[in-house]
Design a protein around this ligand. Structure first.
Ligand code: 13P
Length: 252
């Protein structure tokens, strides 16, 4: 079986001023400077990225953004392009987060375009998928997530697909303290991998799948022990240096 390199990604969402980001970056680097067996990325608000570039560009901690517009430039007031993210030393970009799907009404067609453009520019997309509670209770979680994956990756060939990171984040587990059990998360991630196999054949074995939703230092080890979970997308627990560094140690 292909060995996939683990990835722990922090998603700060709409938290931290530039100064708070600088304080975090300085403290965090000190604590995880020796971690070479896991890829680490902090996905910050746009307004903190220049500070992270100053603090982290030379470090083993990667920088990510939380969104990107699917055009390289133009009349798109208020939007930020991929080349702008590259200029700020970003290597990753979170796309299709459920909060953007819900509050900003992003649909799969739009997200698919973002994923495609990010890859063309050399950014690694962290594509978020996940079902809400009603779908889960109806027994439709996997069918729903499978259709998200198929629609959002529709435009990609195998060489692009192998670079994509998928984050499975059940909406009912985000910020609620309710994590999916490691077994439930594994079942969904395994279903996602077989969907990927349908699209990309054996390349599916190379694609990293993260779990997200109330991941903390206390539950990461169980999740990481599952064969189809290659890491985590972490919200609340990525905001504090001590907790996020501990989570990374416990993921190893
Ligand atoms: P929490 O870890 O705060 O539940 O957030 C998960 C998430 O949405 C990460 O993208």
């Amino acid at each position: 079986m292909t060995k996939r390199r683990p990835l722990i990604a922090g998603n700060w969402k709409m938290h931290k001023t530039a100064q708070e980001a600088r304080d975090f970056a300085m403290g965090f680097q000190e604590k995880v400077g020796d971690v070479t067996d896991i890829d680490m990325v902090v996905c910050a608000p746009f307004t903190a990225l220049h500070v992270l570039k100053e603090e982290l560009e030379e470090s083993i901690v990667h920088i990510g953004a939380q969104n990107m517009y699917p055009e390289v430039k133009g009349a798109y007031t208020g939007e930020v392009s991929g080349p702008m993210l590259l200029d700020l030393a970003c290597t990753y970009v979170v796309l299709g987060h459920s909060e953007r799907r819900e509050y900003l009404k992003e649909d799969d067609g739009f997200i698919a375009k973002k994923v495609k453009v990010a890859l063309e520019l050399g950014l690694i997309p962290i594509l978020c998928v996940g079902e809400n509670l009603a779908l889960r209770e109806d027994g439709k979680a996997l069918a729903f997530v499978r259709s998200q994956v198929e629609k959002d990756l529709m435009e990609l060939g195998p060489d692009e697909l192998r670079k994509v990171v998928i984050a499975y984040e059940p909406i009912w587990a985000i910020g609620t303290g309710k994590t999916a059990s490691a077994q439930d998360a594994q079942e969904m991630c395994s279903g996602i991998r077989s969907t990927l196999a349908g699209i990309a054949g054996s390349v599916a074995q190379e694609i990293r799948i993260l779990y997200g939703g109330s991941v903390k230092s206390g539950n990461i080890a169980d999740l990481m022990a599952q064969p189809d979970i290659d890491g985590a997308l972490v919200g609340g627990a990525s905001l504090e240096v001590q907790e996020f560094a501990q989570l990374i140690q416990n993921a190893r």
